[in-house]
Design a protein around this ligand. Sequence first.
Ligand code: HAM
Length: 417
Amino acid sequence: MIQLIKGFKDIMPGEVELWQSIETIARRNFEVFGFSEIRPPMMEKTDLFKRSIGEATDIVEKEMYTMEQSKGKMITLRPEATASVVRAYIQHKLYAQDPVRKLYTIGPMFRRERPQKGRFRQFYQINAEVFGVESPYIDAQIILLAMTIFKDLKVKDVSPHINSLGCQTCRPKFKQALVDFLDERLDKLCDDCKRRKDRNPLRVLDCKKTTCIEALVNAPAITDYLCEECTKHFTAVKKALDSQGVDYVIAKRLVRGLDYYARTTFEIQTSSLGAQNSVAGGGRYDGLVKLLGGPEIPGIGFAIGFDRLVEICSMDAKSMEQKPDVFIAPMGEKAAEFAFEWGSGLSLKGIRTEIELSGKSLKSMMKRANRLNSKYVLMVGENELEQGNLVLRNMETKQQADIPVDNVVESIKSLLT
Ligand code: HAM
């Protein structure tokens, strides 16, 4: 038997209802916060991700599903959505009338990471991006929006960890201080970090190896190197979050795994997920629109890890699974013909109907109706057809109603609605 690929999963009936409810709640929040939906494709030119996420990141170095489209033309399954949304924003000149655009997208992403609990190779994100707003209020609002989605889903135990990564003016000084610090401890770093130190030193702060974490205990913190403008911005973000009653943690080591960030960055973390404790990540990417060929327009956004959100969401998916309103149990050839006609008629009227076409005994049909948790069963026997009246049984109260054969669909509809 051919099995599912490792790191991929089926979202089955009984689970998918929870995904749908979460999506509905996320969409409702996006609407009230002024967002419109965008659906970019799942494949993009590889260069888009190399340029935006950064060549010296784990995602680009080791995790992308890339293939050759035609000679020398490489394409990649998207490992994240921001790059695509920015590309679309530029390509369709969404900034032409008004640079301020708020866009959201929900869908699958692909990263060839080592699969483990909470980490998949195809995973889903609920992604928000805002263009054209420099004000620190939008940083706070974006975090508030993500937290509101969690709150509406009754997810407790999540808190935003925030940091500022500075800008082109102040980050180089911090980078130099970090490199100097790392140079003194090279022997304690893993081979990857030795390499990262020269190519992209900030990535060393993101290393999960215990030896590196220990070696970095006293590493310089970026917040000590912020320029006046960045300090002002970060202070204003914190103040705006305070004013909204959002509790946050200052995370001086938070650098995120993608290169496009500047100033505010954040992760929403939970202690209920073990090692994969980040349920959302985001931040400002002020230089990215320009870097990808657009005008100088700032941007900020976040992505919630949908799969991880499902794990910590306390809503009960099983109880949400759809059950038939009416289960039609025909006995005999003639009855099956009517069952087909009435069943389709009921479905067309918006009543969830299951027509049992197995030709089995009434007893086994009733067993199946019970298993499916049907609200009503319509019994269609040869005798009832002849007499002109069918029996509709309420499976909860066990009460039975007569349904005239010449008006089945309308009678059931008026009884149910
Ligand atoms: P990210 O931190 O790479 O950021 O991913 C965001 C979230 O996606 C993570 O916090 C996590 O919940 C989930 N996630 C990431 N990788 C996996 C995986 N392999 N399996 C399951 N869940 C995963 C971004 O992708 C940025 N584009 C976020 C952003 C939007 N920044 C600005 N705008």
